[in-house]
Design a protein around this ligand. Structure first.
Ligand SMILES: Cc1ncc(COP(=O)(O)O)c(C=O)c1O
Length: 217
């Protein structure tokens, strides 16, 4: 398929994540076609240095890793997918390795995305609150300007109003915003006032409003 056809198909049929499409009326979307190490190439042959690890900090090992390709390929041949309520060999092996790096935690829940991981976290802590605190502590605290994903729960606990205004206003109900807590450093006097304000506000919310978890970005 020619590059122009690919671009046209994208323009006509693909809905890009978190993207205003109006701009594509006058310019083409960037279509990533290959990547190696830290270099990404688009269908027009332009090369880019990827300083954001796959655009959203997820390709931490770099592109074009043959060892990863081989491992994934071997597993695809063995068994590509089975529902998460059952186990599989790499999941068991990797969970052991991950928990060895997490003192005090002995179990891993696998998620498909950051948003989904946060949703699962909310469900876990709310379930815990239900049994241990008679459902009292059920609210999620987030910080101003935080980003936690675009699923409904994750977005409702994100501090970026532009992403949830108008039709999404009602999403605020289960979450609370607070100022960004800053590190209080007695040597940085000019920050002291806002630092104290933030800390006071956070403490007030935690004590008064049955808050459950504070998200850290
Ligand atoms: C701090 C943080 N939480 C959650 C997310 C959402 O992750 P995903 O896009 O995989 O749903 C992101 C994505 O950039 C993030 O930076």
């Amino acid at each position: 398929m020619s590059d122009n056809t690919i671009i046209q198909n994208d323009k006509d049929h693909v809905w890009h994540h978190l993207t205003q499409h109006k701009g594509f009326e006058t310019s083409d979307p960037m279509i990533v076609s290959k990547a190696d190490g830290m270099i990404v190439t688009d269908t027009k042959g332009n090369e880019y240095l990827d300083g954001t690890s796959g655009g959203v900090w997820t390709v931490n090992l770099g592109f074009g890793r043959d060892d990863m390709v081989d491992a994934v390929s071997r597993q695809l041949s063995k068994v590509p997918y089975f529902a998460g309520s059952f186990g599989n060999e790499p999941a068991a092996e990797y969970a052991k390795e991950v928990t060895s790096l997490m003192p005090g935690l002995d179990r891993v829940y696998y998620s498909n995305s950051g948003s989904e991981a946060n949703e699962k976290g909310y469900k876990m802590v709310r379930q815990l609150a239900h049994f241990k605190n008679e459902g009292e502590k059920h609210r999620i605290i987030y910080r101003d300007r935080d980003y936690h994903g675009t699923t409904i729960g994750a977005m409702s606990s994100s501090g970026q109003l532009q992403r949830k205004k108008n039709s999404m206003d009602h999403l605020h109900q289960a979450s609370l915003k607070c100022l960004i807590p800053v590190v209080i450093d007695v040597h940085l006097e000019k920050n002291m006032e806002s630092a104290i304000l933030s800390a006071q506000q956070l403490l007030k919310i935690l004590l008064k409003l049955k808050a459950l978890i504070l998200l850290v970005q």
